[in-house]
Design a protein around this ligand. Sequence first.
Ligand code: MN
Length: 728
Amino acid sequence: MYSERIDFSHEGSLTIDELIKRVEGINPEADLALLRRCYEFAEKMHSGVKRSSGEPYIIHPLNVAATLVKLKMDLDSIMAGLLHDVVEDCDVSPELISEMFGQSVAQIVVGCTKISKIKFKTKEESQAENFRKMVVAMAQDLRVIIVKLADRMHNMRTLQYMTIEKQKAKAQETLDIYVPLASRLGINSVKGELEDLCLRYIHPEIYYRLAEKIAMKRRERESYIEETILLIHEKMLEYSVQGDVAGRPKHFYSIYKKMQHRNVDFEQIQDLLAFRILVSNITECYKVLGIIHSAFTPVPGRFKDYIAIPKVNNYQSLHTTVIGPKAERIEIQIRTFEMHEVAERGVAAHWKYKERNKNAAADKLKWVEELMEFNQNVESSSEFMDVVKNDLDVGGVFIFTPNGDVKELRYGATPLDFAYAVHTEIGNKTVGAKVNGKMVPLKYRLKSGDTVEILTSKTQTPTKDWLKICKTSRAITKIKQHLMKIERDQHRELGEVMLEKALKKFETSIKQLDKKGEFKPLLDKHHYKNLEELYVNLGSEHLSLKEVLTNIPSINFTEETYVEEEKESFYKRVAKSARKSSSSDNAVIVDGLDDIMVKMGRCCNPIPGDPIIGVITRGRGITVHAVGCSRIVEIEKGRQISVEWNKHYTFSHPVNIKVTTHDKPGILSKISKTINNSGINIRSAIARSMPDQKGNFIFEVEVKDYSELLKTISSIEQMEEVISVNRA
Ligand code: MN
């Protein structure tokens, strides 16, 4: 009978033969031999392990698979159900699963493993956020969640073997996360069962009182249900409508909620029974509604038309409450057989047709994709989108940390945004990022479900370029703050040097004057807290050297001390030489020239440590070449200028490294790892397989100086697969 509730009870004696028989029942074309192999593999992997109940472990995956069969899921899901714990518990590699049972089975198992690592926080974190974490997992394959729900169903079914603390914690997590998820996906059969199980462990006193009350009147109730079903059938026949009628006590949890909602006691709850009428089409639904309302007195305000206006999760049905034959309130739900399938199995209902109609499943995945990648700029009037936007606020991407935490970032966010979302210090020290184990550029656009690992270096510091990479306001604010701090530090340093140099002319020093309290009048006049503040203002030209000198009592600073012109050049000279030693704007210091544009020659790409020479270009400033670069020879001596590396410049320089190796699988990632391990960021990598069994790679890496480059090269050289390493 269609209208029967799905029975998710624990089946202690379930065998693979029985499971195969059931799968054959819903899908005769399924590869049953593969299913058996899958079971045998899982059984072997879990062999020797027992559950808390004392049963062999395999009974758990077998029951999970059975639940998936009851939800009429496809073979891949059922196999994933059998294998859902082998990656986490038995160290089986996803690749092996993929090889043996196919890519999508492996993907579902990996998704389940990922979810099991998510740390859900029940109290501090809002339900919406937990919910979003699950949605992340859904994004890749909705079946992940359905397998996970089946897993949770069986764990809840066998919770009695756990300690009371664990029971309560599991039940609360189920109620907070899995129940709303089942509800959102419209899998009401799972939702109802899970809710009752949660109630049993969270509020056992209420659960058992309800169970007792209902059990007491059992016989009475059963005959009442039977009579009422007959009565409804009779009435329907009068109007020649065919259909299924079923009656049952309501779920305990829904009674409990009603008690809470209306603040009433169990005795006052009247409508404990619910009847369901299933018919062939929508017209008949409304016809039956009319029949019911004329046969029984409807309770005002209790009629709901979810056929005309379906719930967000696609649930469709007519609901009404009437005064039953014994003057008791009864709830009646009327829907078509098809609507019932959707009501019980929600999104799972869509896999039923998968084998025959692949598009049905594809449509469903698109639905989730839209949910995930929902762009705020796209306007949609559909109720669904509005609800998604409001309920889930899915305007961004959801990113995993390597240990399973999830961060929500706005659409278009990069690994750098993610780094700042984790911690400001991590953001400031970021040199590279790995997404799902692979190196990516910092401007990479993150996708939901990506696992991101941030590589940091102690010597890293944010640059202005980062403002262009970042999309989140948090990252941008933090970078700006840091740049301001750097600027302040520079101003402070500059101010101090300027003052010290100026005081030399008067044969004194900051230290000497400070000891005698000579700065006090100046600090007081400008309300500076300390000398630091004075330096910063001096360095940033908010305060003139003249103002400083005239306000130091022991210094006799008069206009006559310097001729105006001389003074001007004196200030300039001091400022310039001070700036030169503290500035970190340019990688290269050009003698005698301030604020000039400096570029690295693309031909030789020099890095700090290389001997260098500057070439004055027409209107473009100075290009820096390595001494001995072939381009230098062609350039007239007059345009050459001596330059030196700026020791204060700590930013990275790109440089190419060419690596020749024996062609072995995985060699690229091995080299990448080696480079990353020495704290070096890889900008790009080009790989080429050579006919002579050799591999050729060019890595564009970022190094601070020549010694860092040498260190990197020598660490690559030490790998046994490597034939040669050169700077390219
Ligand atoms: Mn499990």
